[in-house]
Design a protein around this ligand. Structure first.
Ligand code: PLP
Length: 399
């Protein structure tokens, strides 16, 4: 290949930002160095391992405090959180929900669980998330307001909501998106699964949607093993979220009455215990992650054929997953790099297959998706574990 020298150099500089005494470096490993053992042991010692217990309440309280969102409701995983967010925002069967094509499958699945139709939207390079300008132009073409609701003129279906996703922790440009939602009567739901610890214009992500979803899967910034949370500043929605995720049981000392079809989506206390311990360390994790991102940024600056994805100017990102952006969409180059990095024990991954290309979703509506079609061939995620930032920071004597 013509540019293989430049690509080899890129592999070399990435390796230079990583520890050289490890045979294999994972993409994102969890890190347990705080009160995890103590809190989990307390669950086992007291028998409070399951659906009730003090850690669930504490985790919800701590999450609300950390994010500055008034209410947090802990649930089994991020997908379940998104499912309930969509229901609470009023998404019904046959509605359309605007989502980025460049996202993890959970966003599209949650829409499908509601019997609704994912409608795929393009992203912008700056954030890797929904492009508000392009969406605005698109809605001018296809949307109309009838009796206070937004309709797709082509399909006749109601467009109920938009779900921006903060890709790899980089916040979407939310202000223009919120304006768009207001003028088209569309609900905003943030898929903040990747963005715990990320801020848009000084405010934590998850504060901007009517409801928002977090994930604490094993590969996220902090983990509860599996877990998620619904965030909202609306008190009645928060109550409803708790109610429907805990089987919609009407409180009573002994009677089993359920006033609607609810979900068993609550987070077990033992997982919440892990979450409390992890959240105590989040600020520390974010410093390490930023240090690793800084090392990557510095060494990749020497490379002509690619750049390192940095936070948008209006944001502070958690740098959940570090990302290389190739200057041009070139599948051969991407595969060459993935091969070289992985063979060298530096675990690297392409971005998700675009949602509109998955056979299960090809028949659904979409706008022209040029940017994400290119990005699919440009993006590579490289190792991002908290631990890797520790070695760098220590080595440079910053601590
Ligand atoms: C991780 C993630 C989710 C939720 O995933 P769970 O594994 O169900 O917790 C949702 N959306 C995005 C974009 C994610 O990365």
């Amino acid at each position: 290949m013509r540019d293989s020298d430049e690509l080899d150099k890129l592999v070399k500089v990435i390796a230079s930002a990583l520890p050289d005494d490890q045979k294999f470096i994972a993409l994102h490993e969890p890190h347990f160095s705080g009160n995890e053992w103590e809190y989990v042991k307390e669950c086992l010692d007291t028998g409070w391992v399951s659906s009730v217990g003090k850690f669930v309440d504490r985790f919800e309280h701590d999450l609300a405090e950390y994010t500055g969102v008034n209410h947090a409701i802990a649930v089994v995983n991020g997908t379940a959180a998104l499912h309930i967010c969509l229901k609470l925002a009023g998404v019904e069967q046959n509605d359309e929900v605007l989502i980025p094509s460049l996202t993890f499958i959970a966003t599209a699945n949650a829409v499908s669980y509601c019997g609704a139709i994912p409608h795929f939207v393009d992203s912008e390079m700056r954030t890797l998330g929904i492009d508000p300008l392009k969406l605005s132009d698109y809605l001018k073409d296809i949307a109309e307001i009838k009796q206070g609701d937004c309709y797709n003129k082509i399909t006749g279906r109601r467009i109920r909501a938009v779900v921006p996703m903060h890709t790899f922790g980089h916040p979407v440009d939310l202000d223009p998106l919120m304006e768009l939602c207001a003028s088209y009567h569309i609900e905003l739901i943030e898929d903040a699964a990747e963005s715990l610890g990320s801020y848009y214009k000084g405010k934590h992500t998850g504060n901007f949607g009517k409801v928002s979803a977090l994930s604490f899967n094993g590969n996220k910034v902090i983990t509860t093993g599996g877990g998620g949370a619904i965030l909202t500043n609306n008190e009645s929605l928060a109550k409803l979220a708790k109610h429907v995720t805990t089987t919609a049981k009407v409180p009573h000392k002994w009677a089993f009455n359920h006033d609607q079809i609810g979900f068993n989506y609550r987070l077990p206390n033992i997982n919440a215990a892990l979450g409390c311990a992890q959240l105590e360390q989040l600020d520390h994790f974010l410093i390490k992650k930023r240090a690793l991102a800084d090392s990557y940024r510095k060494v990749i600056a020497e490379i002509d054929c690619a750049s390192f994805m940095v936070e948008p100017e209006f944001a502070k990102s958690n740098y959940w997953l570090n990302t290389i952006v190739l200057n041009s969409p070139d599948e051969m180059k991407r595969e060459y790099l993935l091969e070289k990095l992985n063979n060298q024990g530096i675990m690297s991954r392409p971005v998700w297959t675009l949602m509109h290309k998955l056979p299960i979703f090809t028949k659904f509506p979409r706008m022209e998706l040029t940017v994400v079609e290119n990005l699919e061939m440009q993006l590579i995620n490289i190792p991002s574990s908290v631990m890797l930032g520790m070695t760098r920071v220590n080595a440079e004597g910053l601590e």
